[in-house]
Unconditional design. Structure first.
Length: 151
């Protein structure tokens, strides 16, 4: 059997994706490490499975990226949780005021707009953390810039 055939290469990629997804699930179980594990998932998927560097192995690259981004990832996860709670509270308040008068509808529309920007920023945080070494504030600033530039 030819182990360099396109079919075997495709099966290898699928198996690596399954392994990385399982690792992400296991390392995301403590909710506080969600950004770190998502960063490691992005790094491993982008650079190892689809990129030119396939030599180190999926487990090793995932774990190295996870270790490297653990502390900033925990800080960013706490920030994401707080931002999510503020957005949820703002939307809930807007919904309650929405039922009363027209100003509530404007408040609700503003809340939906702000929540869309915050959610898009949250989605950009793990890839940016994977690519750049910067402070927590700089990571959030870059994520907000990319979220507003390419929503």
């Amino acid at each position: 059997m030819n182990y360099n055939s396109p079919f075997i290469s495709m099966l290898e990629t699928i198996a690596n994706m399954l392994i990385v997804s399982f690792l992400w699930l296991i390392f995301s179980l403590p909710v506080i490490t969600l950004v770190s594990s998502s960063c490691a998932l992005y790094h491993t998927t982008n650079k190892i499975i689809f990129g030119p560097g396939r030599g180190n192995g999926v487990w090793k690259d995932f774990f190295e990226s996870y270790k490297l981004n653990l502390i900033p990832g925990i800080k960013l996860t706490l920030l994401v949780i707080v931002a999510g709670l503020f957005v949820a509270e703002g939307l809930w308040t807007g919904y309650q005021i929405y039922k009363i008068n027209i100003w509530g509808m404007l408040y609700m529309l503003l809340g939906i707009l702000v929540s869309a920007v915050v959610i898009t920023t949250i989605v950009y945080i793990p890839p940016i953390l994977s690519r750049f070494y910067a402070s927590t504030l700089s990571i959030v600033r870059m994520a907000a810039y990319f979220a507003l530039e390419k929503p």
